[in-house]
Write a protein that binds this ligand. Sequence first.
Ligand SMILES: [Zn+2]
Length: 285
Amino acid sequence: VAKSDTPGSGGPPAVLEAVAATVAEVAAGAACIGIGVPGPVSPGSGRMGPASNLTGWTGVVDVAGPVEAAIGVPVAVENDTNAAAFGEHRQGAGVGSDDLLGLWVGTGVGGGLVLDGRLRRGRGLAGEVGHLVVHPGGRRCGCGGLGHLEAYAGRNGMEREARRQHDAGRETLLVDIAGDGRMKSSVFLAALERGDDLARELLEESVEALAAAVASTALLVDIDRVVLGGGFAHRFGARFAEQVGAAGGGLLGGQAPEVVPAQLGDHSGALGAALLALDQYPRQV
Ligand SMILES: [Zn+2]
């Protein structure tokens, strides 16, 4: 395994140079390469963008071309949450299910949809469950929309709500512990353990919102399993998946999909991207 930090400046050229250098460390003998990227991918294009969490990545940029030129083998590019869902489907908690939703709960909420054993891409929008409306007219999402899942279940959205209520005069250990720093998963856990009411409410609302998204997805395309992962979900463990599953059962009864914790951790995206590359370039193998 090779790792490197994302360059903070220099825009897409600097990021792609770092990616190519990191891939080169482990690419010896590879017939093809899969890359999972944190932004929208037009399916099959090898291009990604705009990506709000990468500094300076404001447009659509060719990712595959520069890496192919540097390494010399074909490169497949996929959205990272799509790739992670596919990785779990093939080799993780999704093995045995051909119709599943990967649901990634961290600073935001991402998703990936596998239907009939294939990654559903559509025009690149499929599986973007973080921006499903779970409360029409509700809290403002990081994207500007109202009532999206990510505003209720993403760590950033939960922090915004905690600070809003604190500014309005509500006491909470969340702000006492976090201070001016980021309200990490560990802060939520510590506040919960000490019986903080607001932390408990925000967690309950997160579970309800995730369950609503799971139920809506199940009713639309009939998934039988949800693989729940991401930094925040991982921190709360199997109990979090059980709570979302139980809340989904409350909405759908016996038709609700089972909700299970992801198994591949940080590797699901890289593994899924590699498996998708093998599907895209079978004659290279
Ligand atoms: Zn949104």
